[in-house]
Design a protein around this ligand. Structure first.
Ligand code: NAD
Length: 495
């Protein structure tokens, strides 16, 4: 097949190939839509099946390889990614829109995950369990599951694929990876990195295209033994119910994360965390700060500082060094965010800042909106309940910490949360009661470290958490083995 300039291909069985549909789609830089990024394969169900078949064929040889050897590929990928870190960051910014600083942070996170997970190759540990019988031994042993389908969103086009693919591989599984339709460029660069790192053919396969047909094929195949998904709650719920032949399914989904600020908080620190959490990555993080619940006696002072800091944010093309907030990542995102802003105004929330699409030479070709803050938000308003996934912050208030926790918990989501306080008793009350999978004390709602579990509760997460040691648990079966080395027949008294 003749390879065309600016055209990108699927990766199946170690070859870069065209989709069976013979169809492609085009993508453009969200900060400057006159910049064409490439044409990508619009794959269909048949391509999904081919990728699964290739992964199935490769499974036996990969599972036979000792895990420390499998880990060597990850170490090489880690080294290569370090060398190419800046190029990865530029691709992420060009494709997704976030600032270079945010993209560099994402690359660093991916490196940390690769480093930690490669180490897991020498730690695929089980337990040795004492037996009640003489000369008997019980131990547990981790086995890979088989072909794993990995389906990822656009907002972290590198780190989320890495934190799913790396533990799947080191545990001995083979992978079919479907990146988000709007961020295949970063995904292709990542797959090429694994190829260069020496991953044998068929172990990692990638197909680009729409979730509806292609994604459906991946989750409904009898040959797919695990599905790891990150994306919206709507899609995640559907996948969790539909992926019936998979033995393990995990879905990391939306968020509506709240920061509580109590009367004892350092307001300078709190306002920094709020502004970073709400407007960093243009609010397009699952752990972004979407709500602030502040105690009434410090509300006026906090809002003054938050408004002042927000007004200094510079919006523009993320590739420019003096920019703090990039564009939204697509036209759909832009329309969705503007719709939520309109709805909030119609519901009676008070617009304190922003609320509009940005115009002018620097903005006209991209999907830029102003950082937006609403006050007088009531807990039942849509702006306090629905995930916006953009640079929009809702401010609510409360009379007491108990009420603030109640307001923060009044959400179908439960991904991350944060409290700013200098009172340890309040911090611990929050830890005991806040309904979210990841809690922060005196730091933003954002982020997580590679060695710690990541994930949410309620409508934010279904199934086993990701990352840290939990990842290996997800991608393996734990079998229990009983060895009897007495060499004698056993008395028949066992249940
Ligand atoms: P999305 O649900 O639209 O898409 C996610 C992935 O699923 C994409 O690859 C998409 O093509 C695929 N998909 C869509 N429909 C499918 C179907 N029917 N079958 C199989 N696959 C299908 O989400 P998105 O817009 O790409 O991402 C934004 C969402 O992701 C936000 O809700 C955000 O909160 C969430 N997110 C969550 C986390 C987390 O860890 N909890 C992290 C990042 C993003």
């Amino acid at each position: 097949m003749q390879k065309l300039e600016g055209v990108y291909y699927n990766f199946i069985g170690g070859d870069w190939i065209e989709a069976s549909t013979k169809k492609r789609y085009d993508l453009y830089n969200p900060a400057d839509t006159s910049q064409h990024l490439g044409s990508f394969q619009l794959s269909g169900a048949e391509d999904g099946r081919k990728a699964i078949e290739a992964a199935k064929m490769a499974f036996e040889s990969w599972r036979e390889m000792p895990s420390p050897k499998r880990a060597e590929v990850l170490f090489r990928a880690w080294e290569l990614m370090k060398e190419e870190a800046e190029e990865f960051a530029r691709i992420i910014t060009t494709e997704e829109g976030k600032t270079l600083a945010d993209s560099r942070g994402e690359v660093k996170r991916s490196l940390n995950v690769l480093e930690f997970t490669a180490g897991e190759g020498r730690r695929l540990l089980g337990d040795v369990i004492p037996s009640e019988l003489p000369k008997n031994l019980i131990f547990t042993y981790r086995r890979p599951l088989g072909v794993v389908a990995i389906i990822t969103p656009w907002n972290f086009p590198l780190s989320i694929p890495v934190w799913k693919i790396a533990p799947a591989l080191v545990s001995g599984n083979t992978v079919v990876f479907k990146p988000a339709t709007s961020t295949p460029l970063t995904a292709i660069k990542l797959v090429k990195l694994f190829e260069e790192a020496g991953l044998p053919k068929g172990i990692l396969n990638m197909v680009t295209g729409p979730g509806g047909t292609l994604g459906k094929e991946l989750i409904s195949s009898q040959d797919v033994k695990a599905v790891s998904f990150t994306g919206s709650t709507e899609t995640g719920r559907w996948i969790y119910e539909d992926a019936q032949s998979a033995q393990a399914v995990q879905c990391e989904m939306g968020g509506k994360n709240a920061v509580i600020v109590d009367s004892s908080a350092d307001l300078d620190l709190a306002s920094d965390g709020i502004v970073q959490g709400a407007f960093g990555s243009t609010g397009q993080r699952c752990t972004a700060t979407s709500r602030v619940v502040v105690l009434k006696d410090v509300k006026k002072e906090l809002l003054e500082i938050v408004l002042e800091k927000t007004s200094k944010l510079r919006v523009g093309n993320g590739l420019m060094t003096d920019v703090d907030m990039g564009p939204l990542s697509s036209e759909d995102q832009l329309n969705k965010v503007l719709f939520h802003i309109e709805t909030a105004q119609a519901e009676g929330a008070k617009l304190l800042m922003g609320g509009k699409r940005l115009n002018g030479e620097a903005y006209d070709k991209g999907y830029f909106v102003q950082p937006t803050i609403f006050d007088d938000v009531k807990p039942n308003m849509k702006i306090a309940q629905q995930e916006i996934f953009g640079p929009v912050l809702a401010v609510l208030d409360a009379e007491s910490l108990e009420e603030a926790i109640k307001v923060a918990n009044h959400s179908m989501f439960g991904l991350s949360g944060s409290i700013y306080t200098s009172d340890i008793n309040n911090a611990m009350k929050y830890v005991e009661r806040a309904e979210a999978g990841m809690l922060h004390i005196n730091s933003p709602t954002l982020g997580g470290e590679a060695q710690a579990p990541f994930g949410g509760i309620k409508e934010s997460g279904l199934g086993q958490r990701e990352q840290g040691r939990r990842a290996i648990e997800f991608y393996t079966d734990e079998v229990v083995v009983y060895i009897d080395y007495t060499g004698r027949k056993r008395e028949a008294k066992f249940i």
